[in-house]
Write a protein that binds this ligand. Structure first.
Ligand code: F6P
Length: 323
């Protein structure tokens, strides 16, 4: 018998479509390996409050196609403090949990890394965030679904923009990263894409929008973390500087985080869920399982969190050529 007999699983930070598929894979792989599984509710808060419930193979029936997370999620201040982590450790010991799979983003991995510097119960992470901004993996759970949601919305906005010859500033999520903006911009044929990674000025934006051709409509995709201060601020600044544009703004907001996960998100979440359980069985600790060139990879939390994942800058060029 190996060291791990009972695995805990939790979701943390912003939810992402496909988290349920990952939970399902963690539970069913554990059952297959004859391990017991405990669901931890409300992210790190559930560790502190001992909000635990046993999970069986049947507990995760009929959840793969659902957005959100059946385990609920939260951002937890108390876990940042040593006393919070001490409480969590005591509760885990009491419940006989020998290892934890955490599904979340970089904030979640930071908490897990801190815990693993102090306590022996290992954490293995699965990247789950629509932002796709985690170093060491090409893919994060929820990104593909969010991207498709954005493209569907922008296609609809394009219809009305075109009918009225209007310019739309469409704000998408990505507080620190421009992956959603860049990819959705290319996929929807946006005239300009503004992301935190690239500096832009209004004159430049005007040139991009006009592109030497007379356009019947323009779509400008703005990542929420862009230095321009978001779509509303940018639209105001643009209108002040350049007259003659009929400008509108649309902020897509949290609808990007919901909905049924895409097939890609379901399959990748399933692969990562299985890999995370196997990593715990192999005595891994303080690492994230990721996908690089479609292969499972292990990345230390320290690296996944500290290093910056850059966007592919050649795609910016591509978007300019094609728009
Ligand atoms: O981290 C994912 C994310 O969707 C970001 O893009 C966004 O800035 C943030 O979560 C919003 O978080 P909240 O749901 O707490 O408003």
């Amino acid at each position: 018998m190996g060291k791990i007999k009972r695995i805990g699983v939790l979701t943390s930070g912003g939810d992402a479509p496909g988290m349920n598929a990952a939970i399902r894979a963690v539970v069913r792989t554990s059952v297959y390996k004859e391990l017991e599984v405990t669901g931890i509710l409300n992210g790190f808060q559930g560790l502190i409050d001992a909000s635990f419930k046993p999970l069986y193979a049947q507990s995760v029936s009929d959840i793969m196609q659902r957005g959100g997370t059946i385990l609920k999620t939260a951002r937890c201040e108390e876990f940042r403090l040593p006393e919070g982590r001490q409480k969590a450790y005591n509760n885990l010991k009491q419940a006989g949990i020998d290892g934890i799979v955490i599904i979340g983003g970089d904030g979640s991995f930071t908490g897990a890394r801190l815990f693993n510097e102090e306590y022996e119960i290992p954490f293995v992470g699965i990247p789950g965030t629509i932002d796709n901004d985690i170093f060491g993996t090409d893919y994060t759970i929820g990104y593909d679904t969010a991207l498709n949601t954005v493209v569907e919305a922008v296609d609809k906005i394009r219809d009305t923009a075109s009918a009225h010859n209007r310019m739309f500033f469409v704000e998408v999520m990505g507080a620190e990263a421009g992956f959603i903006a860049l990819y959705s911009g290319i996929a929807s044929g946006a005239e300009a894409i503004l992301i935190p990674e690239i500096k832009n000025d209004l004159q430049n934006l005007k040139e991009l929008v006009e592109g030497g051709r007379k356009k019947s409509s323009s779509i400008i995709i703005v990542a929420e973390g862009d230095e321009g201060g978001g779509a509303f601020a940018l639209a105001e600044a643009f209108k002040k500087e350049f007259k003659g544009y009929d400008v509108r703004v649309s902020v897509l907001g949290h609808l990007q985080r919901g909905g049924s996960p895409s097939a890609i998100d379901r399959v990748n979440a399933s692969r990562l869920g299985q890999a995370a359980v196997e990593a715990l069985i192999d005595d891994q600790k303080s690492v994230m399982v990721g996908l690089l060139n479609d292969e499972i990879t292990l990345v230390p939390f320290r690296k996944a969190v500290k290093q910056h994942k850059d966007v592919d800058r050649s795609l910016i060029e591509l978007s300019k050529i094609l728009s």
